[in-house]
Design a protein around this ligand. Structure first.
Ligand code: AMP
Length: 383
C-alpha cells in the first residue's frame, strides 16, 4: 500500500535539532522508538544533550554539514536568529517555521498577534525610555511588570514596579531599548496549554496544566486539573487553534496564561517548542509532548493527548535530590538531564503519578522532602 511505504520512509528520518539541551535530549529519547536518528547543532559551545550526534559550532562554520545529514529540522530554543532559520528553510523543511520563531521571540509581535486573534492579554504598553516607562506605570496603575521585548525567559529581563517613581531604576536594571509594560494580574492560578498541529492541519490539545513559578522559574506543573470548568478548557483550546492555524504551525506550541477570579484567561506568552510545563505528559498522558512533536514534524498521525492519571511534574533545580530515595518512592519517575549542578540550573524533573488528586498531594509532599530547596506547593485546588 502506498501509504504504508511513505510512512515507513517518514519513520526512519534523521531529525536535525537546533540547540542541544535537555529538551533536545528528551525529543531524542522519544524518537528512538520511532526509529529516528538525531543530529544536534549546538552554537553555544556547551551542549548537554548527551545523546545522538552533536555538531558543536560556536563559530557558525558547520551548518552545511548539519544540513547534509538531516531530513527535517526542528529546534528546542526559540531565541535563534530568524535569518538563520530562513536560510535553513531554503534547504530543508523546518517545523515550526520561521514566522513562529519571529513572533515568539518578540513580545511586541506576540501581543499584536494575540490582539489580532482577539485573545485577551493583560493591559500593556510598549515603551522606549525611562520617562515613557514612568508614564505607562502611572497610566496602567501599579504594580506593573516591565519586560524586555526580546531575549527574556525564565523571568530574566523583568522588573516589577510598585510605583511609577521606580521607573528609572527598573529601566537601567533591565538595560534594553524597548520594553513591554503590563498591568500586574491578580491571578487565581497560572496555567498553560500544550497543543500539537500536524502537517495536515490536524490539531490535538493536552488537558490544561496549573503551573507554579518561583522567582520567574517553573517549579511545579500539575495536570489534569480537578476543578476545571469544561468551558475554560474549551476557551483555551479555541485560542490555541486560532494561533496554530494563523501561523500555519507544525509541532508543539505552548501557551502560558493567567486564570483570573471570574474564570477568564489572559494570555501571557507562548513558546514554539516542547515546554517544561508539558513534561508531565511523559508519564501522565497516553502520548508525550515529545513524541507528538516528532510525529507532527514528520507528517505522521498524532497520538492521543488524553491524561492517564493525575500527575505532578517537579523540577529539580540547582542541586540534585536524593535520587535513590526518590526512586524508592515507587510512584516517582525520575528524568535526569546528565548536567553538572549549578545554582538556578534545571538538572532533572520528577513526575509523580497518583490515582486521585488527594493522593497526588501526599505523594508530592513525600517527593519534595527529598529535593533540596523545593518550595512548598501552593496549588489553587489544594487550599
Ligand atoms: P514570563 O517570563 O512573562 O512568563 O514571566 C515570568 C513569571 O512572572 C510569570 O510566570 C508570572 O509568575 C510572573 N508574571 C509575568 N507577567 C505577569 C503579570 N502581568 N502579572 C502577574 N505576574 C506576572
Amino acid at each position: 500500500m502506498n501509504s504504508g511505504i511513505s510512512n515507513s520512509i517518514g519513520i526512519s528520518k534523521n531529525i536535525g535539532i537546533l540547540g542541544a539541551g535537555q529538551l533536545g535530549r528528551m525529543l531524542a529519547l522519544a524518537g528512538y522508538p520511532l526509529g529516528n536518528r538525531f543530529t544536534f547543532l549546538d552554537t553555544t559551545g556547551n551542549p548537554s544533550a548527551g545523546i545522538g550526534e552533536v555538531i558543536v559550532d560556536p563559530d557558525n562554520q558547520r551548518l552545511a554539514e548539519f544540513l547534509d545529514k538531516v531530513d527535517v529540522v526542528t529546534y528546542e530554543f526559540e531565541h535563534l536568529p530568524v535569518e538563520l532559520v530562513k536560510q535553513i528553510e531554503q534547504h530543508k523543511p523546518v517545523y515550526p517555521g520561521s514566522r513562529a520563531i519571529a513572533v515568539c521571540q518578540n513580545r511586541v509581535e506576540e501581543k499584536a498577534l494575540f490582539d489580532r486573534l482577539s485573545i485577551p492579554t493583560p493591559a500593556y504598553r510598549v515603551v522606549e525610555s525611562a520617562e515613557q516607562l514612568e508614564a505607562a506605570a502611572a497610566e496602567l496603575g501599579c504594580p506593573v511588570v516591565a519586560k524586555s521585548v526580546t531575549e527574556g525567559y525564565d523571568g530574566k529581563g523583568q522588573a516589577v514596579l510598585k510605583a511609577p517613581e521606580q521607573a528609572r531604576e527598573a529601566w537601567e536594571a533591565i538595560g534594553h531599548r524597548q520594553l513591554i509594560v503590563e498591568a500586574f494580574v491578580d491571578f487565581v492560578r497560572e496555567v498553560s496549554m500544550i497543543a500539537v498541529r500536524g502537517r495536515d492541519g490536524e490539531v490535538v490539545f493536552y488537558p490544561m496544566a496549573e503551573n507554579q513559578h518561583v522567582d520567574g522559574i517553573l517549579r511545579y506543573s500539575v495536570a489534569p486539573l480537578p476543578d476545571l470548568d469544561a468551558s475554560v478548557q474549551q476557551t483555551a483550546d479555541s485560542y490555541m487553534r486560532a494561533l496554530l492555524d494563523e501561523l500555519d504551525y507544525v509541532g508543539v506550541l505552548a501557551l502560558e496564561l493567567f486564570q483570573t477570579r471570574d474564570g477568564g484567561l489572559l494570555a501571557n506568552e507562548m513558546a514554539p517548542r516542547v515546554h517544561n510545563s508539558g513534561h508531565w505528559t511523559m508519564d501522565g498522558a497516553v502520548t508525550s509532548q515529545f513524541e507528538n512533536h516528532l510525529r507532527a514534524v514528520q507528517g505522521l498521525p498524532l497520538g492521543s493527548t488524553e491524561a492517564i492519571a493525575p500527575t505532578c511534574m517537579v523540577n529539580v533545580i540547582g542541586r540534585e535530590g536524593d535520587n535513590a530515595a526518590l526512586l524508592a518512592l515507587g510512584h516517582a519517575h525520575l528524568h535526569r538531564y546528565d548536567k553538572q549542578e549549578r545554582p538556578g540550573r534545571k538538572l532533572a524533573h520528577v513526575n509523580v503519578v497518583a490515582a486521585n488528586h488527594a493522593e497526588l498531594i501526599e505523594k508530592v509532599r513525600a517527593c519534595l522532602a527529598l529535593i533540596p530547596d523545593a518550595p512548598p506547593v501552593a496549588w489553587s485546588f489544594s487550599n
